[in-house]
Ligand binder design. Structure first.
Ligand SMILES: [Zn+2]
Length: 67
């Protein structure tokens, strides 16, 4: 079962509508929309991770310089 890109809730497949519906927030998406949304949401998170990593490395360097 896929998870809701909006709230992280469990999504149920409704065969009659050919759509996934979130049990938590009620968001309904087709398989295609779900894949597209996941792709869109994946990238900013990875960039954020990179930025956090770089900031930590900088902080480490700055602290070692200070000693
Ligand atoms: Zn949801």
């Amino acid at each position: 079962m896929p998870y809701c890109p909006e709230c992280g809730g469990l999504m149920l497949y409704i065969a009659s509508n050919k759509q996934y519906v979130c049990q938590s927030c009620g968001l309904s998406l087709t398989q295609q929309e779900l894949v597209e949304l996941k792709e869109k949401l994946k990238q900013p998170y990875e960039e954020e991770d990179e930025r956090t990593k770089r900031r930590k490395e900088y902080l480490k360097w700055w602290l070692s310089k200070k000693k």
